[in-house]
Ligand binder design. Structure first.
Ligand code: BG6
Length: 496
């Protein structure tokens, strides 16, 4: 069933996010037949654009960033008729009535009261002001039909996130607010729910009795590129751990949901966040490691140090790498460490989850075979590889009882063919149009996630690092990150 007729307003219409992600996602939804019969995408911005010039700008984005790079064909011709541009100064309250006029125009044309999506693809400091003015737009009075999508970063710390929540909740119903975390829209992330809760096989062993520890790695081979200005106020912990990585951790650690109701799933996730052991500020050094890249080489090209990047303080104390160890204090996970790490300019672009199981209780095989014994390990590759591999011991063919580890692999490519996966923004934008908030962050979730990282942020801000830069591009981050996990007798897992 297609979503209802919808007018989509994009604040920051001429910006990067719309060109790279939002319009390409809507375009792919259109090709796949998921867009409503009646819809209009209206880019909002201060710059001057004719509708045609705006469409060309977005078409260029599709050519460069969409998973499908079709030419100026019939599909684009039809799709682009649903795009227009509305020049408006979002700081001027009077300008907002122009949006009501647009909605009325389409309501008359389509002969139905459309749903309205307001997508705030703007700098975080603009969000409160826009939200206040938006709430006065007549259409926002219809709580069933109006939705507001808020991009990350959601707040700068616990206090500011709480204030933003209070403001938004005073203006809109919680059901109208869609706080986006694009990791939740990734196919491989959603598949973790399917794997865990649509199979009888995993659940009985998914706990402290069988699992030794869990790792999450989100490594990128890019540096901060031209985002120095943003990154200087963020750093890896705020940019990746507070949101994407903790959300992954929630999906891995949550209890089985009773249904797929949005609040049911979000209740189960927030339980995980609330159970994460609070690290005391004086213990942060034992639980978290920060790093910043120096200059070096990346894929044969000279790479600048972070402190030399544009809009970055030459003495910056901002981390471009973060690793941490968390414990979840509940019955299922007591004593099981969750190690997480993320960084820019890493050796490999890879996001993986590794679940390592405990040793078998008794090893009856000849002692020589013990040398090749490796623990059972389930690796979920989120990206760019998309597969799940289970490592177990097998007997090597021959007359001796010689064992070695082998992999059982489920690969998306082999099972479903390559390149059919919708992108995260496709899935999430469709969810907004359909009014399904399951994969979006509720107010309490965001705050609970901030509570987890606040002690680390506070400890780091109180004690500027003395050793930055402390890792080279094309490495796996600072040595301390290896030590963090080696102290417990483990190594970080990477794919071959
Ligand atoms: C964004 C961060 O939220 O996620 C970026 O701001 C990061 O710094 C990006 O590069 C990673 O997303 P993905 O989907 O490429 O893993």
């Amino acid at each position: 069933v297609k979503p209802p007729a919808t007018v989509i307003f994009i604040f920051g219409g001429s910006g990067d996010l719309n060109q790279r992600k939002l319009t390409p996602a809507l375009y792919n939804l259109f090709i796949d037949g998921w867009m409503p019969e009646q819809f209009q995408i209206i880019g909002l911005g201060r710059s001057e654009y004719s509708d045609d010039k705006f469409r060309t700008h977005l078409f260029d984005g599709i050519q460069e960033f969409s998973r499908r790079k079709d030419g100026k064909d019939k599909i684009w011709e039809t799709f682009s008729k649903h795009i227009s541009y509305l020049q408006m100064d979002a700081e001027n309250p009077a300008a907002y009535s122009k949006m009501s006029d647009e909605v009325k125009k389409f309501a008359a044309e389509w002969k139905t009261e459309p749903h309205v999506m307001f997508y705030l693809a703007v700098a975080p400091q603009l969000v409160p002001d826009i939200a206040v003015k938006l709430a006065k737009v007549q259409e926002c009075g219809d709580k069933q039909k109006t939705r507001v999508v808020v991009e990350k970063p959601f707040g700068h710390d616990l206090k500011s996130a709480h204030e933003l929540n209070q403001l938004l909740n005073s203006l809109f119903d919680e059901d109208q607010i869609y706080r986006i975390d694009h990791y939740l829209g990734k196919e491989t992330v959603q598949n973790i729910l399917a794997m865990r809760f649509a199979n009888a096989l995993f659940e009985p062993i998914w706990n402290r009795n069988y699992i030794d520890h869990i790792q999450i790695t989100a490594a990128e081979t890019v540096g901060v590129e031209d985002r120095g200005g943003y990154y200087e106020r963020s750093g890896a912990l705020r940019d990746m751990v507070q949101n994407h990585i903790l959300q992954l951790l929630c999906i891995l650690a949550m209890e089985a949901p009773v249904s797929f109701d949005a609040n049911e799933i979000r209740n189960k996730k927030v339980d995980v966040l609330n159970a994460i052991r609070k690290i005391s500020r004086d213990q942060v050094h034992a639980y978290a490691v920060r790093g910043q890249y120096g200059e070096g080489w990346m894929k044969g090209e000279k790479a600048k140090a972070y402190r030399q990047e544009k809009n970055v303080d030459p003495k910056s104390a901002i981390e471009t790498f973060a690793a941490a160890k968390f414990y979840i204090d509940n019955w299922r996970w007591q004593g099981v460490p969750f190690y997480v790490r993320t960084g820019k300019y890493m050796h490999q672009k890879t996001t993986i989850v590794s679940i390592e199981f405990k040793q078998p209780p008794h090893y009856a095989f000849p002692s020589e075979s013990a040398d090749t014994w490796r623990p059972n390990r389930l690796i979920i590759s989120i990206q760019p590889d998309m597969d799940i591999r289970l490592r177990f011991q097998a007997k090597r063919p021959g007359q001796t009882m010689s064992l070695n580890p082998v992999d059982m692999i489920f690969s998306y490519k082999d099972a479903y063919g390559a390149g059919h996966e919708p992108e995260a923004y496709e899935t999430l934008l469709l969810d907004v149009m359909e009014g399904n908030a399951t994969q979006f962050m509720r107010a309490d979730q965001v705050e609970a996630a901030w509570k987890v990282v606040m002690p680390i942020i506070e400890a780091w801000e109180a004690r500027p690092p003395v050793d930055f830069p402390n890792y080279a591009p094309n490495s796996w981050g600072p040595e301390d990150a290896e030590a963090l996990i080696a102290r417990d007798g483990h190594n970080w897992v990477t794919l071959p």
